[in-house]
Design a protein around this ligand. Structure first.
Ligand code: SF4
Ligand code: SF4
Length: 844
């Protein structure tokens, strides 16, 4: 349909509705409470018929992709009020809690009132319980209200607190979790301490994920979202609670935005048998009847209609209004191509068709409730699939594998899905764990992917529950062990290989190498990496350039200082990736290895650098672990941890790992040596806590980019330290702004489309000259995406700093590692925030 025809159709519909007082009145009445059932008919009464653009814009709100799509959104945010207080008040029953809400609503002083039923209160953690009087002794059926008031000034806040308390008293209900032993309202004071109010709100925000995470395996989490006028909230809640009980949903919880009469009913639903589906149908019909017929409410208040509620749109709105909605859909989408069956559906049983089961698949992912929070951070989301889709695909594969007598169609489907899984599910998962950062039930799909890879490498049978059948073979494990046992050869051979490739780069130019490596990558099924111009040359041997000629190998001592006479010491591990990879061609600011630059930096701050014994054979094991070769990874991690323990005098000296992902790998390797748990740092955390007090930074007159590796983003507060320290070193600092570059070691070279997709949103100002990070492989990936050289942030710290006058002399007087900002010891909080050591520094 042309734009003109659509505009005229919308104008005509608005005119028709506005000329029908009964229909217009019904629409206005329906929107006095929250309502997202069907299309936003308010658009037809709120705007004049001759303004079809305004009507169109408002019809698109909540249209769930059935009328069109929105390509960009501008948020106009509301101003945050700083004077806030929250109280959590207990009531002996849900009815009393709901009843008091209408008094709070009438007072007009509460900015939010959230209701929690007994099932949700039982999930409260100790920290929350300690703030709510007698919550631990609350009787079955008790309920709570979380009430927030705000004020422009302290005085206004206090007035509103008093008004809210007066409203609660006026409601005449009893307070406390036991009807037989009521408490005074003073037992539930309004709290202004942000630490305490945060406990309240974290509990409320975390409730739905907690409920979802605790449901039984094999069920799906359902959230219904009903609304009624607030004066009916008590009655509607009581009726719905009774309905859920009648239908056998013993674990259902009721939480919600009580001030708006909006209740979320959260429950676990199995779709495994016809009986379970029939019960679900009975529940939905009963709920629709109670909400619509008894309380004149809305079946959806904020979550959208969806397929599940589509059959009930007419029941709620009536035939006339539903007919208008159908004409809206036809005007936008005459061929019914956009999300057919969503929002409007003529099948009265559509909510019971095509139900997606959630069969148990693997313990790491069984808790997934398909909320999709994980998807935004996933580097593969635009190239293949997201973590949520990985989990759903694997569930379906598991279900199909478990069928006793699959039909031919099911067999074909299984075979197609297994084939697709290999690339979409496995190969393009960076296993970076960024999905776990956002997941409310802490699912790390990357760990699950690695579990499958391990099963494949170890040759486990797919039917045994974990591996992808097509990749099962034990040769992978043997090959990995061979590489792990001969790691020095790899450490020595890779720089030669890189230098050879660089020679050909100089000789043949860029294009030929790209074509040849791209072809080999295809022929070898992604074993050979695809070359790009930021692939570095080979690194020089690790001891080169150090003032101590024996720094890389310490044959007779556990560890040896690179220089003598400096009182403070730090162990530095140049990781294998930095020992093998040097600067990229044309990167003139890459002046020496990470060991050399760290040594320069540390010496300025009065630190002596120690290199662990046998460094050329050391590796954290990540290159094996990310491929699923757990045994080889474990072997390498154990060797490295032993060497680091010796060099650090069993953890008494701090240890800096120059590549952030390797630090994360050491931590995930288990660290049997407990003493190392508190000694490991990545470069930014260590510089910020221990070197910065001895350095004077002067911002370089450059605009630089910063890429915080995903492993560092997962350490609380560390990303902020990256930016803060970089801003002391350069006049302008721009973070790349992407959650993860998708390099994942060499995966981004073998599957360059993964990194290209993950980096597609890097948008740096044109005056940025170069970039910094703490992961060599990420540096290659973002360099190639941004078209400029990224290198270790240690180079930036070194270039921008000089020794603080007199600091080294003062430092000599102080005990080892007890020098912090202004000569004070760094606080444990700082160390925790740095994420570098996971605890306080062990001091000697
Ligand atoms: S894995 Fe993703 S979809 Fe599943 S529960 Fe976690 S965040 Fe939600
Ligand atoms: S580990 Fe990374 S790539 Fe894999 S699913 Fe999670 S976020 Fe996506």
């Amino acid at each position: 349909m042309s734009h003109g025809k659509l505009a005229s159709a919308l104008s005509g519909l608005a005119r028709e509705v506005q000329d029908d007082p009964q229909l217009a009145g019904r629409i206005r009445a329906k929107y006095k409470i929250k309502n997202t059932v069907g299309y936003s008919l308010n658009a037809l009464v709120d705007f004049p018929p001759d303004d079809p653009i305004a009507i169109l814009k408002h019809l698109l709100v909540g249209s769930e992709g059935t009328l069109g799509f929105i390509s960009s959104v501008t948020y106009n945010t509301v101003q945050e009020v700083h004077h806030k207080a929250s109280a959590f008040v207990l009531f002996p029953d849900l009815y009393s809690a709901c009843d008091s809400v209408r008094h709070l609503k009438a007072s007009g002083v509460a900015s939010a009132v959230e209701i929690c039923d007994y099932a949700s209160l039982r999930l409260a953690q100790q920290e929350f319980v300690s703030l709510v009087a007698e919550l631990g002794q609350a009787q079955e059926g008790a309920a709570g209200l979380l009430i927030e008031v705000k004020g422009e000034t302290q005085q206004q806040l206090q007035q509103r607190i008093e008004a809210a308390q007066a409203a609660l008293q006026a409601s005449g209900v009893r307070f406390g979790g036991n009807a037989g032993a009521p408490l005074g309202l003073e037992s539930y004071p309004f709290r202004v301490n942000p630490a305490e109010t945060k406990v309240f709100w974290d509990f409320r925000k975390g409730l739905i994920p907690i409920i979802g995470g605790s449901r039984s395996v094999g069920t799906s989490m359902m959230i219904e979202d009903v609304v009624c006028p607030v004066e009916h909230l008590a009655g509607m809640t009581a009726d719905l609670t009774a309905l859920f009980r009648e239908c056998g949903y013993s674990d259902a919880s009721a939480v919600g935005h009580a001030l708006e009469g909006n209740l979320h009913l959260v429950f676990a639903q199995g779709f495994r048998t016809p009986e379970e589906v029939a019960t679900f149908g009975r529940l939905m019909a009963g709920m629709a009847d109670i909400v619509v017929h008894k309380y004149n409410g809305s079946l959806k208040g904020e979550h959208g209609t969806g397929r599940n509620m589509a059959p009930f749109v007419e029941l709620e709105w009536g035939a006339r209004a539903t007919g208008i909605m159908k004409r809206i859909k036809a005007a936008f989408d005459p061929h019914n191509l956009l999300n057919p069956g969503v929002i409007l559906n003529d099948d009265p049983a559509a909510h019971m068709q095509f139900l997606k089961p959630s069969p148990p698949a693997a313990s790491l992912i069984d808790n997934c409730m398909e909320c999709g929070y994980c998807e935004a951070f996933c580097p593969s989301r635009d190239v293949t699939i997201t973590p949520r889709q990985r989990i759903q695909t694997y569930r379906e594969i598991t279900r199909l594998r478990g069928l006793q007598q699959p039909t031919q169609e099911q067999q074909q489907r299984l075979s197609q899905m297994e084939d697709t899984w290999q690339y979409d599910g496995d190969s393009t998962c960076a296993a970076d764990g960024m999905c776990a950062v956002r997941c409310p039930v802490n699912i790390n799909t990357g760990e699950f992917t690695k579990q499958l890879r391990t099963a494949a490498v170890d040759g486990l049978d797919a039917a045994a529950g974990a591996a992808s059948a097509s990749t099962s073979s034990a040769w992978g494990s043997r090959l990995a062990m061979m590489a792990a046992n001969n790691f020095r050869l790899i450490n020595g051979g890779v720089p030669l290989l890189l230098n050879t490739v660089d020679f050909f780069h100089g000789l043949l130019g860029r294009r030929l190498l790209e074509v040849v490596s791209g072809t080999l990558n295809k022929w070898t099924n992604h074993i050979v990496p695809v070359w790009n111009p930021y692939i570095p040359k080979g690194a020089k041997a690790v001891s080169a350039g150090l003032s101590s000629p024996q720094a890389s190998e310490l044959p007779t001592q556990a560890a040896r200082a690179t220089q003598s006479g400096i009182p403070r010491q730090v162990v530095f591990l140049p990781t294998c990736v930095n020992r093998m990879m040097g600067p990229a061609r044309g990167d003139d600011r890459y002046s020496g290895s990470t060991l050399e630059v760290f040594t320069r930096l540390a010496e300025k701050a009065g630190y002596q650098v120690i290199v662990p014994q046998g460094v050329s054979g050391l590796c954290c094991g990540m290159m094996f672990d990310s491929r699923g070769a757990k045994k080889a990874a474990g072997l390498k991690a154990a060797e490295a941890i032993t060497a680091l323990s010796l060099a650090s005098q069993m953890g008494k000296l701090p240890i800096v790992i120059d590549n952030s992902p390797c630090l994360a790998q050491f931590k995930s390797a288990g660290l049997n040596q407990q003493e190392l748990k508190f000694s490991l740092y990545e470069p930014v955390a260590f510089t910020s806590l221990f070197l910065a007090p001895g350095l004077d930074f002067s911002p370089l007159p450059r605009s630089v980019a910063l890429h915080v590796p995903c492993t560092s983003k997962q350490a609380p507060g560390l990303a902020d330290k990256f930016v803060a320290l970089a801003e002391q070193c350069a006049e302008s600092v721009t973070p790349t702004g992407i959650p993860c570059c998708g390099m994942a070691g060499d995966r981004g070279l073998r599957f360059p489309e993964l990194t290209a997709s993950a980096c597609q949103h890097i948008d740096l100002p044109s005056n940025v000259t170069d970039g910094y990070s703490t992961s060599r492989t990420c540096e290659i990936g973002v360099s190639n995406a941004a078209g400029l050289h990224f290198r270790s942030i240690l180079f930036l710290f070194d270039e921008a700093s000089k020794p603080k006058p007199g600091f080294r002399e003062r430092a000599k007087e102080l005990p080892q590692q007890q020098v912090g900002q202004d000569g004070k010891r760094p606080s444990l909080t700082n160390v925790h925030e740095a994420g570098g050591g996971g605890g306080g520094m062990t001091s000697v």
